[in-house]
Structure formats: structure tokens, C-alpha cells
Write a protein of this length. Structure first.
Length: 702
């Protein structure tokens, strides 16, 4: 592919790509003329080549025929040679070609056959072509050097030494001489070493008798304008690639000229041109997305309005008026300007409904709201409605309330999705508490010593009597006292008032209701233990299940069951302890299912190792408070984990025995056998405290 020189312009950046292009071209040119380094040497070589072809040489003796690549006419009288004949060298001896000028000499037109006379015309054509090619290469290189030097001169900031070196390296490979006898390398080096910067620009505007109208474009001024650049070395140069800025207004207008970050100004006399408006036209960008949320002015960025005048000139206008509606579908919009109108169509889609406002309706009725009550207590009497841009409404509940309930009329603020509204509440002074009454109905319930006092609340009702004689049941009271075997007196406290009640407390059995007597091995195929205990009948008690095991179930074949006391038919009520579960990130699972199908699950530990795992756990199930806690330790770590689930086992009543080491279907079929060593397994009929659970996890039961 032939070399195409770079067209350099003021402000161009000298890049590695452009330098590489120049260097590659120079290397290619040098390869074509290798060894010809100066113009004078080149001309000498051409003259030498020309002297070797063309007219034959004259020789009177054979010894004079020394140039074997030339043709000779022999004029001597030596034996074996004929005077008047022409001779050529055939590689071993001089051979006669016949009488000179008597017959045409057979010449080599390919200029490639040894021993043949070169065809003069062909040789001349090749020499001329070579001259032309070398001249063209010389001119291209010269132009590159001159253009780069010009760009360097017009740069506002100097070149780094690295860039200078790279430029000079490009032209170090040739030594063409310019018209002044200086090499292009030297010329470029001079330009690089004498960089100049732009100091200022000046503008001369020669308006003369030219009339400039207020409707003309700024570029029309350039024909009357001369801009001159002045450099740091005192030289000047007329430039043309400047920009103009300003407005042509009636009278004298000042226009700014900018060139290479330098500016100057000049004045123009501007005349008003009166034009007669013939018509207007409007073009709307159909790709614009317009919805019912938009207004007419939103169309302007996509609209082009063109005014056509009586003199056939046109201009784009912006101070037009729009009228029409933006409804779903195709709409016709009217454009008005200077007494002329035109229309265009726009396709409108339905906008997504956006929240515009909210409203609140507070229906207090006869409800008494006391000062400093919780704002949440207002929500049962409050309706909040969201109003959307498409005229639809929706009742919302996830709003927030702010404000203070003070005696009298209080204004409360409702907030929802960035919108707010208010409503008023009639607030009464809160009466003072005179006394509280605690009524404890134990019935047949068994309360064990050291049980949690919160277990008593299900049998306890506390009422507060106020100064206005009203009585109200309260729930945020506190209890204090100790449950010891026999009759214990417990104190209820609320609002600074107290009352007591008595509880019949039973001594707690310290022995478990089930205990593994010896260390047991489970083979994962048939081993299991039937505890004989029905743990989840209607008269069930709180439970604590503890175990210390070496779990040998491989992760790749997990899902063994450690404890199963469940009715295996929908909704699967009961309780289960799973070994490492594949389905739940190879964690241990503690699951409680109720008769209504709801379940509560705890998963502990993500165990990905195939190695056996030493696991200790305490599972406390409190049917009184409907909570369940799991305390967990892996590989005898000093730390333990605690997790809690609520609403546990609300209405379970099943008669299945608790099995250790497998699960059982309703038909008695067993499966999912557990693999490992069980050092300890106990079941208690009361709920352990956290301290007791922590102590168990720190013990060695093997």
C-alpha cells in the first residue's frame, strides 16, 4: 500500500501513532534507494548509469574492449575480428553481431539478461521513472518535515525532550538536502529548538460600504476580517481558523474573535432588515417519548419551527406559541408565530401513575385519647388514602405518624412516600393511677420452682384503677419474687403501684424423663432407639432436649435424623432434629410444626467438611411462652450460639413416640438413619435456663 502523508494542522497533537507512520515511510524509502544518501551522489549515480547504455563504444584493439556489459564497434585489423562489425561479450569471449548499422542490434528490453546489450529506450525509461520516484519520495519527506516544523511553531506549549527526540529520530534516517542546502533533519531540529508561543491576536474589520443585517450569520463577517497572530519571538502571521462569538443587533455590535485561547474584539455596524413572513412549518421528532404527565412546553426540545419569508429566505425560530392537548393517542398540536400557524402530530402514551397527595380521616368518636399516649394507638381510628396522577386512590397502612399528644387539640402529621398531611386529635388529661389489682387464676396448672416469672402471665390479669374511677386492664406490668416449692408470693408493679398474689409451686424433678445409659453407635442403616415417650400430647409440658454426639454423616450423603417425634402426614405436626442437611447449606435443623401447617425452624452451622463433627446442643421448648431456644457448640469451642423462634407448637396433640436415630412414617416404616456416636442424650420435662445450657456445652460427656 502506498504511503499517504499526514495532513498536519494547527493544534494537532503529536502522537506515537503519527511518528511511527512517518518513520515507517522513511525506512521504506531508504530501502528502495539504499546507499544513495545525498542528492549530489544520487545525480552522479544516474549519470554513471546513463553512460553505460546507449551508443556503442569504439575499439581499435580487443584489449581496449574492457567493459563486458557494453557493445563495441571494432575498427582494428587483428586476426579473428572484422573491422566494422559490432561485438558483445557472451560471458566467455567477444562475439560478432554483424556489420554495425547493417542490421538491427538485438537488445535486451528486460534489462535482466547478462551478456546482452541493454535496450537504450527501455533503460532511459527506467532511469526517468527512478528519477521521478526518488523525487516524489524526497518531496513527501520534505513536506512532512516542513509541516511538522510548522505545527511545532504554532504550539502554545513546548514539546518534551522525549517528543523532540522521537521526531528527530524519524528524519535521522535520510539526508536529503533542501533548497537552502540544509538537511531536513537540521531544519526540523532548528524548529524544535526555537519553539515560539502565541502572545496575542489582533483583528481588523474592513466593513467599508458593506451592509450587515441583524439576520446575517457571524461567518458572513469573515470576508471583511483579517486576524493576525503575534508570537513570542516578535513574528506575526495571518490566521484563518479562528472562531467568532457575539450577536448582531441593530446599531454597533461588538464581536469576539478567539484563536488558540487568545481573544480580541471588533465592532460591526448592523442594520435591521424587514422581512415579510410568508409561512411557518414544524417538524417534530417522532422518536420522542411523550406521556400524559408531559406539558406542551416539554415538546420544544423535539420540535423545529422554520419561518419562510417573501424573499425566499428561511430561519429557525424559537419564540412561537403552542396550543392543544396531550391525551392518550395521536394529538394535533398547533404552532403560532407572527400571525401564521401550522400543525404537527404527537403520539402520547399513558404515564405511570405517580403519587400526588395523601389524605387522612381520623374517626375518634367517643374514644378517649390521653396525653402522651403512643401515636400507634391512633391507627385503629385512622384511614390514610393515597391519591395518584391517574385519579385513582388507594388506602395505605405503611405510613408513619409524628407529633405529640398534649391536652387539648393536637395536630398529628402523616407521612407516606414523600407526601404528608395532618389531622387533629382531641386529647384528654390522663388520670392518675390510684391502685392496681392482680388476679392470678392458677387452676390445675403446675408451676415448678425456679420457673420464669413470665410463665405466670398467662394465668394473670392486672387492672389499674384511675382517679376518674375508670378501670383499665394493663399488660406492661412487671413481676418480682422467687418461685420456691410451696406457696410463693409474687409482686406485680405498674405505674408506681403494686399488688401481690400467691402461686402454688411444685418441686422440680431433677432427673430427666429419658436418659441414654451408655454411649451408643448408630450405623446409618438400621440403628435407632424408641424412647417410649409421647412428648407432644394435649397435656404436654415444657421440654429440654440435650445431646452430645460425634456426627459421622458425610456431607455428600447427609439428611440423617437425630430425633423424630412427628406425625408424617400433612400438615406434619411435631418436632424433629436433623443432622447435616444438604438442602439447607449442610446445617443442623431444629424444626417445630403445628397442626395448622405453620412451622418454626432453626438452622445452625454451615458444615462443608466430610470429617466427623463433635456437636453439643441444648434445645429448650417453652410451650408456656410459646418460644424455643437452641444453644449450640461445634468441636468443643468455648463460644456457643443461641437462636430463638417464637409461636412454637401452638396446638400440637400427637401420640407418636419419640425416636432417636431415624424418622418414622405413619405406617411404621422407618428411614433416614443417622450415622455417628452418641455420648449423651437426655430429655427433661421443664425448660432449662441459659446458664444451665451454657454449663452443659462446656462439659465432656464421652
Amino acid at each position: 500500500m502506498s504511503y499517504e502523508p499526514t495532513i498536519w494542522r494547527t493544534g494537532d497533537t503529536v502522537t506515537a501513532e503519527k511518528l511511527n507512520k512517518i518513520e515507517q515511510a522513511i525506512v521504506a524509502d531508504n530501502t528502495a534507494i539504499e546507499g544513495k544518501v545525498g542528492r549530489d551522489e544520487f545525480d552522479t549515480e544516474i549519470a554513471t548509469l546513463e553512460s553505460k547504455v546507449g551508443s556503442p563504444l569504439i575499439a581499435s584493439t580487443v584489449s581496449e574492449m574492457t567493459e563486458t556489459d557494453r557493445v563495441y564497434v571494432y575498427t582494428g585489423s587483428e586476426t579473428g575480428y572484422t573491422s566494422g562489425n559490432w561485438y558483445y561479450y557472451d560471458g566467455t569471449a567477444w562475439t560478432s553481431g554483424g556489420v554495425y548499422n547493417a542490421v538491427a542490434i538485438e537488445t535486451d528490453t528486460t534489462l535482466s539478461v547478462s551478456g546482452k546489450a541493454a535496450d537504450a529506450k527501455k533503460a532511459g525509461d527506467e532511469i526517468n521513472s527512478l528519477k521521478e520516484d526518488l523525487n516524489n519520495k524526497s518531496n513527501r519527506i520534505e513536506n512532512e518535515a516542513i509541516q511538522i516544523a510548522g505545527v511545532v511553531e504554532e504550539m502554545e506549549c513546548g514539546l518534551t525532550d522525549e517528543v523532540k527526540t522521537a521526531l528527530l529520530n524519524c528524519f535521522a534516517k535520510v539526508a536529503w538536502i533542501d533548497a537552502q542546502g540544509q538537511t531536513y533533519y537540521d531544519a526540523l531540529e532548528d524548529a524544535l529548538n526555537n519553539e515560539r508561543t502565541l502572545s496575542s491576536i489582533s483583528a481588523v474589520f474592513n466593513q467599508g460600504s458593506a451592509v450587515i443585517y441583524d439576520t446575517d450569520e457571524l461567518y458572513a463577517l469573515k470576508q471583511y476580517l483579517t486576524v493576525t497572530a503575534t508570537y513570542s519571538d516578535g513574528t506575526t502571521r495571518e490566521v484563518s481558523n479562528y472562531t467568532l462569538d457575539g450577536a448582531l443587533t441593530i446599531g454597533t455590535s461588538t464581536i469576539t474573535v478567539a484563536y488558540n485561547k487568545k481573544t480580541t474584539t471588533f465592532n460591526v455596524t448592523v442594520t435591521h432588515q424587514t422581512k415579510t413572513l410568508e409561512s411557518i412549518s414544524a417538524t417534530f421528532d417522532s422518536s420522542a417519548s411523550i406521556t400524559t404527565d408531559n406539558v406542551l412546553d416539554d415538546l420544544r426540545p423535539y420540535l423545529t419551527v422554520l419561518a419562510t419569508y417573501a424573499d425566499s429566505t428561511t430561519s429557525t425560530i424559537s419564540n412561537y406559541n403552542l396550543s392543544g392537548n396531550l391525551n392518550v393517542g395521536t394529538n394535533t398540536i398547533t404552532v403560532s408565530y407572527g400571525g401564521k400557524t401550522t400543525t404537527f402530530t404527537v403520539n402520547v402514551t399513558q404515564a405511570e401513575a405517580t403519587l400526588q397527595s395523601i389524605s387522612a380521616t381520623f374517626n375518634q368518636g367517643s374514644v378517649v385519647i390521653y396525653e402522651n399516649s403512643s401515636l400507634e394507638s391512633l391507627k385503629p381510628y385512622l384511614t390514610v388514602t393515597a391519591n395518584y396522577s391517574d385519579s385513582t386512590t388507594q388506602t395505605v397502612t405503611n405510613y408513619t405518624l409524628s407529633g405529640t399528644l398534649a391536652t387539648g387539640i393536637s395536630t398529628i402529621t402523616v407521612s407516606y412516600s414523600g407526601k404528608t398531611t395532618t389531622f387533629n386529635v382531641t386529647v384528654s388529661e390522663r388520670p392518675t393511677i390510684q391502685s392496681i389489682t392482680a388476679t392470678f387464676t392458677q387452676g390445675s396448672a403446675i408451676i415448678y420452682e425456679n420457673s420464669s416469672l413470665n410463665d405466670l402471665k398467662q394465668y394473670l390479669v392486672v387492672t389499674a384503677t384511675y382517679s376518674d374511677s375508670t378501670i383499665q386492664t394493663v399488660t406492661d406490668y412487671t413481676l418480682s419474687g422467687v418461685l420456691t416449692a410451696g406457696t410463693s408470693t409474687i409482686t406485680a408493679s405498674y405505674g408506681g403501684k403494686t399488688d401481690t398474689f400467691n402461686v402454688t409451686v411444685s418441686a422440680r424433678a431433677t432427673e430427666p424423663i429419658y436418659k441414654l445409659t451408655n454411649t451408643a453407635e448408630f450405623n446409618g442403616t438400621s440403628d435407632y432407639i424408641d424412647t417410649g415417650l409421647q412428648l407432644l400430647t394435649a397435656n404436654k409440658t415444657n421440654l429440654t432436649i440435650v445431646f452430645d454426639i460425634l456426627d459421622k454423616i458425610p456431607v455428600s450423603n447427609a439428611n440423617g435424623v437425630i430425633l423424630h417425634c412427628m406425625h408424617e402426614a400433612k400438615p406434619y405436626p411435631g418436632m424433629t432434629i436433623y443432622g447435616r442437611l444438604i438442602a439447607n447449606a449442610r446445617s443442623y435443623g431444629f424444626e417445630l410444626n403445628s397442626n395448622n401447617g405453620s412451622d418454626a425452624k432453626i438452622y445452625e452451622e454451615n458444615l462443608t467438611s466430610e470429617s466427623p463433627v463433635r456437636t453439643k446442643a441444648v434445645w429448650v421448648i417453652n410451650f408456656t411462652s410459646k418460644t424455643s431456644h437452641v444453644y449450640f457448640s461445634i468441636n468443643d469451642t468455648s463460644d456457643y450460639k443461641k437462636n430463638t423462634i417464637t409461636d412454637a407448637m401452638l396446638n400440637v396433640n400427637i401420640t407418636e413416640n419419640a425416636l432417636i436415630g431415624c424418622y418414622q412414617k405413619t405406617d411404621g416404616t422407618k428411614g433416614r438413619y443417622w450415622t455417628g456416636t452418641m455420648y449423651d442424650f437426655k430429655i427433661y420435662d421443664y425448660a432449662w435456663t441459659e446458664n444451665a445450657a451454657q454449663a452443659y456445652l462446656q462439659e465432656d460427656h464421652s
